[in-house]
Design a protein around this ligand. Structure first.
Ligand SMILES: Nc1ncnc2c1ncn2[C@@H]1O[C@H](COP(=O)(O)OP(=O)(O)OP(=O)(O)O)[C@@H](O)[C@H]1O
Length: 286
């Protein structure tokens, strides 16, 4: 496991080769409500365009209500945008039927939620293999053991979630997210319910899956320390991307968050300099 400041160089591929794009959003818009007399329409996402290279770890931050969860839901295929395109590994996720979307999600996407979402009646191993079973894929026992060993739970395979601590439960959720070798892992406040030490373990595991397995991780968080484990932070305000910070530190992220409202009101979004392996966001309004 790597410490948060132990970076192994840029998260992108070796210099000279074109970065493989893991996730692309083009003008993704989501409006809730009809805008009728009794229900004001809320534009939760307003034309979000971004591109994340494979093997990158990106945190998404922004004030409450800025659209972070909606962005995650739309990018992960758990919800459909009203307009715009979501592509994973160069394939358009938003194109097909509900069945096709579900299949796409099961094959290419992993999830980690704040409240773990483990099934209480299944043990650790059974929870971990659930994505494989749902996708109708063969369960490779050695792979399951390997993934559980990676998260430090090889000796807990027969335990049920209620026999585990919060940190251990979240590590099961990470094993479950990784077992099917997804292209992108989406994590929604994965450390929101954890103590500092468990949070550090979970963030280290997410970082490790990026560095070692070359997975792509997108994490929504309110916590500047959690965001500092990422390669880059994207800042949202009012459903728009308003800034980006590469190689973030907790202090710099906290400061940017403090000024985010002012920045946005002044119409002066700031972006950090682009670095290899960092996400590319479109200019405002693109
Ligand atoms: N199902 C829904 N129906 C109507 N409005 C919604 C719905 N889901 C979200 N919204 C609205 O869309 C906007 C963005 O919500 P979202 O949950 O994405 O924000 P967030 O940045 O994740 O907020 P938080 O940090 O508080 O979780 C908010 O104004 C919210 O009230």
């Amino acid at each position: 496991m790597f410490g948060r400041n132990e970076r192994r160089g840029p998260a992108g591929p070796a210099a000279g080769s074109a970065p493989h794009e893991a996730l692309r959003l083009v003008k993704v818009t989501k409006v809730y409500g009809t805008g009728g007399a009794e229900e004001a329409a809320v534009t939760a996402l307003d034309g979000v365009t971004l591109s994340l290279p494979a093997g990158s770890f990106t945190a998404v931050m922004g004030p409450s209500g800025s659209g972070k969860s909606t962005l995650l839901q739309c990018a992960a295929g758990l919800d459909r945008p009203d307009s715009g395109v979501v592509m994973v590994d160069g394939a358009e996720m938003t194109a097909g039927s509900e069945t096709a979307l579900t299949k796409f999600r099961r094959e290419r996407i992993g999830f980690v939620f704040q409240q773990y979402n483990l099934l209480p009646t299944l043990n650790v191993a059974q929870n971990t293999v659930l994505p494989l079973k749902l996708a109708g894929r063969r369960v490779d026992r050695a792979r399951v053991r390997e993934v559980l060993a990676r998260v430090g739970l090889a000796d807990r395979m027969r335990h049920r979630p209620d026999q585990l601590s919060g940190g251990q439960r979240q590590r099961v959720a990470i094993a479950r997210a990784l077992v099917a070798a997804p292209s992108v892992v989406f994590a929604d406040e994965p450390t929101g319910a954890l103590d500092t030490r468990s949070a550090r373990d979970v963030l280290g595991l997410l970082q490790e899956t990026v560095r070692v397995d070359r997975r792509t991780v997108v994490m929504v968080t309110h916590d500047p320390v959690a965001a500092s484990y990422a390669d880059a932070v994207l800042f949202l305000a009012d459903g728009r991307l308003v800034g980006q910070m590469n190689a973030p530190t907790a202090d710099a992220v906290a400061e940017r968050m403090t000024h985010l409202g002012d920045m946005y009101e002044a119409g002066a979004p700031q972006s950090g300099a682009q670095q290899p392996g960092a996400p590319r966001t479109a200019p405002m309004g693109a």
